[in-house]
Each structure stands twice: as C-alpha cells, then as structure tokens.
Write a protein that binds this ligand. Structure first.
Ligand code: ELE
Length: 211
C-alpha cells in the first residue's frame, strides 16, 4: 500500500471539518458559500443521500474557495464515484483493506476511520498517520484519545461523532488532535429553510475555536 495519499495537512486546514448531509442538490452551493463566509474552507459531503455526488459536483464547480471532500465512503466503488464528481479528499468512518485500496487508486488524500488501538495500528502499518476517530463520543471521547497518545504519539486524529460546540474545545486541546469533525454547523432545519445566515454564524464560531 502506498503512503502517497497521506493527507499530512488535511487536519491543519480548519479547527472543524463540517460534515454535511445534503438532501437537495440546490442547497449545496449556498451552503458551501455560507461556510466560506464564516471562515471555513473545507467541507465533507457525506455519501448518504441520492444527491450527494451531484452536490459534490456543484460545490467543486462553483465554490472554488472550499476544499470539497466526500464522507461516508463505505464501499470500494464510492471512491472513484466521489473522485469523478470532483471530491478532493475522501473520508471513511471505518477502514478495510479493499476500501482503502480503491480510495488510494484515486490518488486523493484519505482520512481513514479508526475507533480502537488495533484499528489505528493496522492503519499505521498501511502508512497512515492522520486518522478519523469515529464515533468519537460513543467510543470513549477525550479520555480515550488522550490514552492513545501514550503508546501512539505519532498519530493525529480528527475525532467525529457527537462533537458539538460544548465539547469541541476539550478535543482540540489534546496534543494528538488536529481538528474535529461535526454536523452541528449545518443543521437540517437551516438547510430545509434556506437559513444560510445561521450556517455562517455557526461557521464563524467554529472557525474561531482554538487548537
Ligand atoms: O458519515 C460518516 O462518514 C461518518 O463517519 C459519520 C459522521 O462523521 C458523523 O455522523 C458526524 O457526526 P455528528 O457530528 O455527531 O452528526
């Protein structure tokens, strides 16, 4: 397995990677612009909805100021589909060899998911050192990640799952956390009602988080 796809700086772009679920492709561009207006220059569109690839395509074409990635990459076929749509990085909630192999074939940076020391070690063996820690809160939260820093100090994480403005700072204070991921910047209600102002307000607060 190659290490050329290692996203060495993916965790350094923003304190928060917004993880978004887009149900209407027409929401994609105004949503991405609202994040940019709040100072967030990276977005992970989850491949959870029928319009996700279309949303990625539109953001890639129309919002050059945001780094567009695909999340919920859970099947080998997703990787090439996301790359063709214009995704510039891939995020997986968990990792298998075949999933990562097809992700690596795209040549895109990958943020592979892990939730345990064994999973993290498997990824280390494959050449990765920047990982997504998912599901962060349910898997043990800040205390768990702090414990991993002892035996695995070379790893950096983007914890995701259950992160909110209330607990983000605790994660960002850890030495092995580069950024956090979360859906709280893009509430379903704000998207449904076209309340892009609220998204910008949430993004502005997220962009100001210290790490
Ligand atoms: O879809 C993926 O690829 C995932 O790994 C899951 C997401 O990162 C979390 O669902 C976001 O979690 P919340 O911020 O708690 O909503």
């Amino acid at each position: 397995m190659s290490t050329q796809n290692e996203p060495t700086d993916l965790l350094g772009i923003s304190p928060v990677i917004p993880v978004v679920v887009i149900d209407d492709a027409d929401h994609a561009v105004p949503l991405a612009r609202a994040l940019v207006a709040g100072g967030i220059s990276i977005i992970e569109v989850t491949l959870r909805t029928p319009v996700a690839l279309q949303a990625i395509e539109r953001i890639a074409a129309e919002v050059p100021d945001i780094l567009i990635g695909a999340g919920t990459v859970t099947a080998p076929a997703h990787a090439a589909q996301a790359a063709s749509a214009g995704a510039r990085f891939l995020v997986t909630p968990g990792s298998t060899r075949s999933l990562l192999q097809s992700a690596e074939e795209t040549g895109l940076p990958i943020l592979p998911g892990a939730a345990t020391a064994s999973e993290a070690l498997q990824l280390v063996e494959m050449g990765y050192s920047s990982l997504k820690f998912f599901p962060a809160e349910a898997a043990g939260g800040v205390g768990y990640l702090r414990s991993l820093a002892g035996p695995l100090p070379q790893l950096r994480f983007c914890p995701t799952g259950g992160i909110s403005p209330d607990n983000a700072a605790g994660y960002l204070a850890l030495p092995n956390v580069g950024c956090v991921g979360g859906s709280w910047l893009t509430p379903a209600k704000a998207l449904a009602t076209g309340d892009w102002k609220s998204v910008t307000t949430l993004a502005t607060a997220a962009a100001a988080l210290q790490r």
